[in-house]
Ligand binder design. Structure first.
Ligand code: SAM
Length: 288
């Protein structure tokens, strides 16, 4: 293993790699690269666990990938959509001596369970911001739960990170917070300023850590989605009005859940939405 660390540490500087392979960042692929090894090593340390498979989404030129090996990763699967990044990643794969598997593909269309196998793993990524939310939503609603992953350590735009960890009563609290906190403990680890990236994005970023809750209530994601879409679709309105899209008789449903019909979506804790989703599911089942 120390051999792998030495070989990865001896790779040429990332700036040279970008120049050599003409890897100019493309906006359409959400490319903002991290070149600061202190930062990438910090993310790697927060997100890895020794001996476990790490799935890295969007490795790009491989700054974070290198950091994973420097922090002792033993098996990394990296999924990258931009074929221009593959030669740079192959150089890391050679140094990693069989511990890095690079897959050219779309992380949104990847069958992770098949890729990772029954032992599962962890996801670490400096996410492409244009598909960050759909990627997270997909990982939170895999075909079967508990998920195949044991943790997600992900860089988002700070505004999205705040929506993931938001508490009821706050402006950022909405569908994403309910979905994420239903199944996970989620918190922001630290913020990252724009100047840490090449090119710098317009906004501050933040690294979020999510871990599955062992006690997550069982309900169909589609039922929760229907209820939160209805409630937050008109977040200024009282629930007896905004829930009309999801229920024929919202007042009766709210009463059954012990929620005052005059309350608004952003005041309702996650548990309240789960109660509503369970009733939605039952009504759907009985009407079909
Ligand atoms: N990990 C690198 C770093 O930290 O410097 C690059 C991060 S950059 C923000 C996002 C990366 O995701 C880019 O390399 C981009 O090409 C890749 N990407 C964008 N969309 C993707 C997708 N659907 N599937 C896989 N990779 C994708």
């Amino acid at each position: 293993m120390s051999d792998v660390i030495e070989r990865v540490a001896a790779l040429p500087p990332l700036r040279d790699v970008l120049a050599k392979h003409e890897l100019w960042a493309q906006k359409s692929l959400g490319q903002n690269f991290l070149l600061d090894l202190n930062l990438t090593r910090r993310i790697a340390r927060e997100g890895s666990a020794s001996g476990e498979t790490i799935v890295e989404v969007g490795p790009g030129p491989g700054g974070l990938t290198r950091a994973l090996f420097l922090e002792g990763a033993t098996h990394v699967i990296a999924i990258e959509r931009d074929h221009r990044a593959l030669p740079a990643l192959e150089e890391i794969a050679a140094a990693a001596q069989g511990r890095l598997h690079v897959i050219e593909g779309d992380a949104l269309a990847t069958d992770y369970r098949e890729l990772v196998g029954s032992d599962g793993g962890r996801i670490i990524a400096n996410l492409p911001y244009n598909v960050a939310t759909p990627l997270l939503t997909g990982w939170l609603t895999p075909p079967d739960w508990p998920a195949w992953w044991r943790s997600l350590t992900l860089m988002f735009q700070k505004e999205v990170a705040e929506r993931i960890v938001a508490e009821p009563g706050s402006k950022a609290y909405g569908r994403l917070a309910v979905l994420a906190q239903w199944r996970c403990h989620a918190h922001i680890l630290f913020e990252v300023p724009p100047r840490a990236f090449l090119p710098p994005p317009k906004v501050t970023s933040a690294v979020v850590r999510l871990e599955p809750r062992p006690d997550a209530v069982k309900v169909a994601p589609s039922a929760l989605e229907a209820v939160t879409a209805s409630a937050f679709g008109q977040r200024r309105k009282m629930l007896r009005q905004s829930l009309k899209q999801a229920f024929r008789q919202p007042e009766a449903v709210l009463e059954a859940c012990g929620i005052a019909p005059t309350r608004r979506a952003e005041e309702i804790p996650v548990a309240g939405f789960l109660d509503l989703a369970r009733i939605y599911e039952e009504l759907e089942r009985s009407s079909s």
